[in-house]
Design a binder for this molecule. Structure first.
Ligand code: COS
Length: 381
């Protein structure tokens, strides 16, 4: 099933990648997504298969064994996965956008050889650990310590809500040394790296979200990314990329809710007519379709800007806040259109509704996105 609205003007490469992602999503993800959600099952085998097809290397350059896709193409593929299951999409989004971007921009050639290549080939799944129990929106207040000990770094502290934290092979961990915030590449088999049990979440139940205890995790000196004390900026750059992934995840969720609603309103009859013939229903469907299209168009416009090498901090926040609120609104309408069935787990829209909510929260709440947009309006203020 496809929306009335397909992204326009795809190149041949884009069409091939979208087709590959769509076919994979249709056959290997969507039929199982409700069951994974019920069991809170993280489908590492499916992520690995996506990795073998290149989908864990979408944003890594070809010289490091990645696909080297432009941002728009990457987002087109991610939308297809998100429309099938937002939980699988978030693992892909974090891996491709945050640790990948941080390594591409600030990794030494040796670090790229050692870490980025495996990630791009899909042999290594990566995640990102910034938030802590007492620092969420105020990310710069993080307290995880990094202490230099001879030619090693020793990390200690606690992280919260780390996506992929219990399943990844490698995490990009933010910690504070005496010179400020730093980024570290942490293999998850390092002694002292202790993931908690998976969080029991409202939505995105098949994604892996854990608290992390870092108990004197000892790392060779060359696991520090870039310059000591410069890590906060690197993390924020990672989030500039990450927020576009979350925006398109929201587009995928909203699009799927629209598609289900369009089909249901053609089929379901009340008062002797299909629902689609009632003007009140038509108005809802029209507004849903408009918001899906607007959210995608804004996200792609920001991606195009990023591909031209322009700054996108405030624009990525615009896309993220707009698309995530669109997804929440569209999925709320979808549940309403389905009526009693919409509230039942046997029908697909309640999962989409639950999955949409977190897009307004993680990688920066809607309130934080608005702060970033407002700051962008007064660049020197
Ligand atoms: N790219 C590069 N550098 C950036 C940047 C960006 N997008 N945003 C900020 N920086 C740099 C600034 O230039 C500044 O550098 P200097 O100290 O050299 O001047 C530094 O980072 C601090 O920036 P700022 O003063 O804006 O930091 P704040 O503490 O005010 O925090 C917000 C900024 C609120 C935007 C940040 O904490 C944030 O994004 N919070 C939400 C965190 C989040 O999304 N968490 C989700 C967890 S990841 S799943």
């Amino acid at each position: 099933m496809s929306t009335a609205i397909e992204p326009p003007g795809l190149s041949e490469t884009q069409r091939q990648i979208v087709e590959l992602a769509r076919e994979f999503a249709r056959t290997k993800i969507e039929p199982f997504a409700a069951e994974w959600d019920r069991r809170a099952y993280f489908a590492r085998d499916v992520i690995d298969e996506l990795g073998r097809l290149g989908f864990l290397g979408m944003c890594a350059p070809e010289e490091y064994d990645g696909m080297g896709l432009d941002t728009v193409t990457y987002l087109l593929a991610l939308e297809e996965i998100a429309a099938a299951d937002a939980s699988v999409a978030v693992s892909l989004s974090i891996h491709n956008a945050i640790p990948t971007t941080m390594l591409v921009r600030h990794g030494s050639p040796a670090q790229k050889d050692r870490f980025l290549k495996g990630m791009a080939r899909g042999e290594v799944l990566a995640g990102f650990a910034l938030s802590e129990p007492e620092s969420g929106s105020d990310a710069a207040a993080l307290r995880t310590r990094a202490v230099r000990d001879g030619d090693a770094w020793v990390l200690s502290g606690a992280k919260a809500w780390a996506t992929n934290g219990g399943t990844a092979d490698l995490m990009m961990v933010m910690a504070r040394s005496e010179r400020g915030i730093c980024a570290f590449v942490v293999p998850t088999d390092a002694p002292g790296y202790r993931p908690g049990k998976p969080e029991d979440k409202m939505g995105l139940r098949a994604s892996n979200t854990v608290a992390l205890a870092l108990e004197d995790v000892r790392l060779p000196a060359d696991h520090l990314l870039g310059e000591e004390g410069e890590g906060f900026g690197y993390a924020m750059e990672g989030l500039d990329a990450g927020r576009l992934g979350i925006a398109v995840q929201a587009v995928g969720i909203a699009r799927r809710a629209l598609e289900h609603s369009v089909a249901y309103c053609a089929e379901r009859r009340q008062f002797g007519r299909p629902l689609r013939e009632f003007q009140g229903v038509q108005f809802k469907l029209a507004d849903m379709a408009t918001r899906v299209e607007a959210a995608r168009a804004l996200t792609h416009a920001v991606a195009t800007r990023r591909d031209r090498g322009e700054g996108t901090t405030m624009q990525a926040s615009m896309a993220k806040v707009f698309a995530s609120e669109a997804a929440m609104w569209v999925t709320t309408q979808a549940v309403q259109l389905f009526g009693g069935y919409g509230y039942m787990r046997d029908f697909p829209v309640e999962k989409l509704f639950r999955d949409a909510k977190v897009t307004e929260i993680y990688e920066g709440t809607s309130e934080i996105q608005r702060i970033i947009v407002a700051r962008g309006l007064y660049p020197r203020g």
